[in-house]
Design a protein around this ligand. Sequence first.
Ligand SMILES: [Fe+2]
Ligand SMILES: [Fe+2]
Length: 217
Amino acid sequence: MDGNEFVNKLKAENESILAKIDEPPIASGIPNGELLATLIKMALKNEMEAAEIAAEWVSTTQELPAKLALARHAGDEARHYQLIEEKARAMRVPLEGFRPLDPPSPVLTYLRTLTTTPERVAAALVAREAMGGRRNVQFLAFLDRIGQHDLAALYRDVINPDEDCHHRSGCAVLAELATAPETQQAARRAAVSLLETGDRVRSKALQSTGAPVIPGC
Ligand SMILES: [Fe+2]
Ligand SMILES: [Fe+2]
């Protein structure tokens, strides 16, 4: 299987795991206004963790296209953080004492165990950005539903197109790198583990917050 065939197969496999995100949510009865502050903090945490891990990897990634994709990813996620934070402050969401990296989520902890470029790209860009993009489509619909059109527009116009771009850049880089069967196996394992970890985190967050949706990165 060449690199392109492998990436197409991986994307199809990932999609079958990600389809779970589209299952209809269970209504909690918690007022949406109360949930919004919690969800915004979750979004900020995800954006910051995505920026953090990509930035950590830039200097230890030798392959230039991957290095550039990670550097761009880090910068974009930092910008998402700042743009959401700006909206949060305008909406008077209290952020005093909020520490987005403390403690690290299981997703960030898992990503930090990855040492090879194909594994990192498969997990952080190909899988995680597909997961984030899919969650954000739901989050955007939720924001529109509760009348938060300003924040919804940020997701529609900036964040979601960027997450899609990160996913696609990861696919292009991985297709070049994952040409050997062992590399493909390692990349696939990393993508599946990332999605499973992300799913566990999401299920727990849905339960603990009573939220109908969870934002991505
Ligand atoms: Fe992203
Ligand atoms: Fe993002």
